[in-house]
Design a binder for this molecule. Structure first.
Ligand code: ZN
Length: 188
């Protein structure tokens, strides 16, 4: 029973007449008469040679297209890789800083780095001038800002470490450093 139904259905498809006016299809390009292939070694793409083909109506045209394709491949391979997103680059910097802090068993620095990254993610760091930043307080973000210049900061934590200014960096200074590095990467 089922077989009969299928056969009838196929017959009805086969006998279907196409509409008198078919919509225009895509233009058919003439097939190239000549093709030339080369194996090109591009270190940035693959450790194996890449197969490149140039086509044309004449041998000279195929050769020219092959050379152009090879040149384009090299230009693309030499181009610098696209910059990762700001969050991805911040994560990489944070991981690097945490590794350094852990190597020195500096748990306080680990905590300040994490807080600094949170300040950056919250958009609490504003560049105000050459080496100068305004960083929002983490505990009173709506009312308090601290002024960061280089390694100095106007916050109470930084003032407590006045005698150790060369080595100590509060979370606001660390946050400003992270933003400075992120901005520098985008300039280059
Ligand atoms: Zn500070």
């Amino acid at each position: 029973m089922n077989t009969t139904t299928v056969a009838q259905s196929q017959e009805s498809v086969n006998t279907h007449t196409p509409p008198a006016q078919m919509p225009p299809g895509p233009a058919i390009l003439p097939e190239a008469a000549c093709a030339m292939t080369a194996r090109v070694f591009v270190k940035a793409i693959s450790c194996e040679p890449v197969l490149v083909t140039g086509r044309g109506q004449t041998g000279a045209e195929a050769a020219r297209n092959l050379l152009e394709s090879c040149a384009a491949l090299r230009t693309q391979a030499d181009a610098p890789p696209p910059l990762a997103s700001r969050t991805q680059r911040l994560s990489a910097m944070l991981a690097c800083g945490l590794k350094h802090a852990m190597a020195h068993t500096d748990q306080k620095l680990v905590e300040r780095l994490l807080k600094a990254a949170a300040l950056v993610l919250a958009g609490s760091v504003v560049h105000t001038g050459e080496g100068a930043y305004q960083v929002r307080s983490q505990t009173e973000p709506t009312t308090t800002f601290y002024e960061v210049h280089g390694r100095t900061c106007s916050c109470p934590d930084s003032r407590r470490h006045d005698e150790d200014v060369a080595a100590y960096r509060c979370k606001h200074v660390l946050a400003a450093c992270l933003v400075m590095k992120l901005d520098d990467q985008e300039k280059s």
